[in-house]
Design a protein. Structure first.
Length: 177
């Protein structure tokens, strides 16, 4: 069987994504041929998925919906250039404090608050040049404190969920049939 070498290389490296329905139909040929046996011998498991219907969990879908809403809010009625707005929406998404855990996704990931680009040009306490040794020590301390910060965020998030649950349960009326 003739096989596209780039397709095989992408399949082996795990970077292949089918982008069009024609490509998916093209790939269906590989399910029942010697290529499938070859992949199984190398413990390569093929998964075919449409890009339009990605298999994701609810958290990713919620984050994507939030980003989509942010992009729509920034676009005019006729403007379709959403790629220019994506960086602004991502920045807002990463740096706005979430009410559920009281922290920003950026600070929970990196252990420090984000510095906005406008602050980079201004001499402030956050952007002033400091001794590299002191800076490295401060970063190590921030990383040590990151676990504690994440634990506190988890506690705040649990409290927020309990509060929502109490509110929901107070509005529910029991009915018997």
């Amino acid at each position: 069987a003739n096989v596209d070498s780039r397709l095989v290389a992408n399949q082996v490296s795990g970077t292949f994504v089918a982008k069009e329905t024609d490509m998916i139909r093209y790939l269906e040929k590989f399910r029942n041929n010697p290529f499938k046996d070859w992949c199984e011998k190398l413990c390569i498991y093929q998964h075919f998925a449409s890009v339009k219907h990605p298999q994701t969990n609810g958290l990713v879908e919620r984050a994507n919906r939030s980003l989509g809403e942010g992009i729509k809010a920034r676009l005019d009625a006729g403007n379709k250039n959403w790629m220019k707005e994506l960086s602004h929406v991502l920045w807002a998404h990463r740096t706005i404090i979430k009410s559920s855990n009281g922290d920003t996704p950026f600070s929970l990931t990196y252990g420090t608050e984000a510095v906005i680009p406008a602050e980079m040009g201004m001499p402030t306490l956050r952007t002033a040049e400091v001794d590299l040794v002191q800076k490295n020590e401060a970063l190590k301390i921030n990383l040590d404190l990151l676990d504690e910060q994440i634990e506190q965020a988890v506690i705040r998030e649990a409290k927020s969920k309990a509060k929502m649950e109490r509110y929901y349960n107070s509005k529910v009326r029991s009915t018997s049939f």
